[in-house]
Design a protein. Sequence first.
Length: 92
Amino acid sequence: MNRKNIPLLLMLTAGAVTCIITYVKRYSMNAKLISLFVVLVIFYVLGSILVGTMNYFEKQNEEKLKEEGEVIEKDSDEADQNPEEMNQEEKQ
């Protein structure tokens, strides 16, 4: 699922729940609209924060994997350049 849709889905789900609750409790039309607007704004902001946090952690994980990949490449390059030295170190 695209992460850009998470705030929208979260907001719309919260809005649907709010509509149902305000209808069942027989709120006035003004109270329904105000509560719906407040809930939509709050959950959109929360969803945006969630996506931002997920993107931040993914970026950190990618950087960590990239660093690990560079270390592995350096080790394999050293083995290709000096195979005799590597064999001598393994024997000791």
